[in-house]
Design a binder for this molecule. Sequence first.
Ligand code: PGA
Length: 253
Amino acid sequence: MRKKLVAGNWKMNTSFSEAQKLASEVANMVKDEALLDGTDVVICVPFPYLSTAAALVADSPVKVGAQNCSDKPKGAYTGETSTAMLASMEIPYVIIGHSERREYFNEDNQLLAAKTDIALENGLTPIFCCGESLETREAGNHFDFVCQQLTESLFHLSAEQLGKIVIAYEPIWAIGTGKTASAAQAQEMHEQLRAHLAGKYGAEIADAIPILYGGSVKPGNAKEIFAGKDVDGGLVGGASLDSRGFTDIVKAI
Ligand code: PGA
């Protein structure tokens, strides 16, 4: 059975005290490991709050992730955070290639390939994001575009390395817009992506890779979206800033 995962992406939100409250509340609400039935619950918090959040969730099944990382191992790169640093803090997850990083920080598929490599080298699980713009979808090129993102950033990996990755499909037009992809649109893309992975790595490996959906996932639509047979959970932005709403999304899986 494939691993299921619900990850909250707090983005650049919360003060330190708000972050402490939110992390504690999520940890309290997601206490019962048995109820999760193998689903991983992750909160991807801003860098300055990583160690505090990790301490606050330590007695719960909740895990902590970073939202970005450097493609460089170490050295004179002011303001950057390496995956070795994250590993030394025992942070297990890192989001790579979120569309906001691609758009505002010019991250391209080649750079994201390098970030993926170095995250894997340091034992982190990348949550690798992909997704198309509205323009690309309307032009009917969305399947090719998203498959190409995987090809250029992931297809140099060995099968063993690929097996350590989580993919998050996040159509840009659905992020923070309140406009979610329909359950059918999500399932259809996930199926395409899995077939694309299978074409390169074989069905067994492709079948084992969790593919999350992201883009305006809310307590009210999570159940329907997660019902897709190739949808293995969600990457949740706005709704992860409310502990009750986030927990309800976790329950929906
Ligand atoms: P959203 O963000 O849930 O606020 O649409 C999702 C994401 O960007 O990961």
